[in-house]
Write a protein that binds this ligand. Structure first.
Ligand SMILES: [Fe+2]
Ligand SMILES: [Fe+2]
Length: 314
């Protein structure tokens, strides 16, 4: 496998796991193309042409030092300068994959957040409400990301000649749909039943041993679940006020990777149970399913940067 094969495979797996249909994603790409063709001058120059075929702005090949056959991949949930040095020290790493985005993939991460409005809509929140709330939150996130040092790790990869890419929302879609399918299959009545379902997933079993097992942040084990929303994709946390709307739409429980205090308070006020499944563990699920596909092609996987590696290959 070459880097471009891994990149294409990851994007396609992300589209297949997207809560929106493949047709809808294709329509979005078509809309972007039409908009792009109308641009001119510096607007066109600033436009990321990659986004015409890849719907996830935070999933990108960041640096190709040497486009060789990939036989050994080092993957981490977070890759920083330290991990790049580590890859160099190990000597035989052909590609480093980060889950969390960097470079332009970080600068443009907020663009994937639009998918959250569609997810809320699928669960009964009117699309105008979801879109309105997301617009505000997305611009807040964009402003928050703006001053960051986006290219630092990529610069290190360039200096040391390390191939580097990141797979963010494409992988988070896979985590979300994997957990959603497990919950749908288990059909939990109460929050404790839901916790039982999560404890059957390999990454959460590892998390348990490491002291970061899934936890109930609001609500109690005896509470009825109601409709369960798996909120694990779409860049980062949505707007805190969405919990009230979720409750009105009949969502009783949200399962997420992490939750800020603001969101927790809003969820509590809206009587929505919140289960925090865990950050590194939940991020690992999607990455592991992609890594399994890479491993099937004969590449060795090296676990680093907080990845909880679980292989589902036979
Ligand atoms: Fe993630
Ligand atoms: Fe994450």
């Amino acid at each position: 496998m070459k880097i471009s094969d891994i990149y294409k495979k990851a994007v396609q797996m992300g589209i297949d796991a997207d809560f929106r249909s493949n047709e809808y994603v294709a329509k979005l790409l078509e809309r972007r193309k039409q908009k792009y063709e109308k641009l001119s001058g510096h607007e066109k120059a600033e436009f990321d042409a990659e986004s015409l075929t890849n719907p996830y702005s935070d999933t990108r090949v960041l640096h190709v030092a040497d486009d060789r056959e990939i036989k050994k991949v080092m993957c981490g949930i977070d890759i920083e300068v330290g991990e790049i040095l580590l890859a160099k020290e190990l000597g035989d790493i052909d590609l480093v994959i980060s889950h969390h985005p960097m470079g332009r993939a970080l600068a443009d991460m907020h663009e994937v957040m639009e998918l959250q409005a569609d997810i809320f809509h699928q669960y009964g929140v009117p699309i105008n409400v979801g879109e309105g709330m997301m617009k505000e939150r997305t611009s807040e996130v964009a402003r928050g990301i703006n001053p960051r040092n986006h290219w630092r790790t990529v610069d290190a990869a360039k200096l040391l000649g390390i191939n580097l890419m990141c797979i963010h929302t494409a992988a988070d879609n896979i985590s979300a749909s994997f957990v959603r399918d497990a919950i749908t299959k288990g059909n939990p009545e109460r929050v404790e039943d839901l916790m039982e379902i999560l404890s059957g997933i390999g990454e959460y079993q590892q998390a348990e041993r490491l002291g970061v097992a899934p936890r109930i942040f609001t609500g109690s084990p005896e509470n009825r679940c109601g409709k369960v929303l798996v909120d694990m994709t779409g860049g980062t946390e949505g707007p805190p006020k969405i919990y009230e709307r979720m409750a009105q739409a009949g969502i009783g429980t949200v399962v997420g990777m992490h939750i800020s205090e603001d969101h927790k308070k809003e969820a509590e006020a809206a009587h929505v149970n919140v289960v925090v499944a865990g950050h590194m563990s939940s991020d690992s699920i999607g990455m592991n399913l992609i890594l399994d596909e890479i491993a099937k092609q004969g590449a060795e996987i090296v676990q680093a940067g907080g990845l909880f590696r679980v292989s589902r290959n036979k």
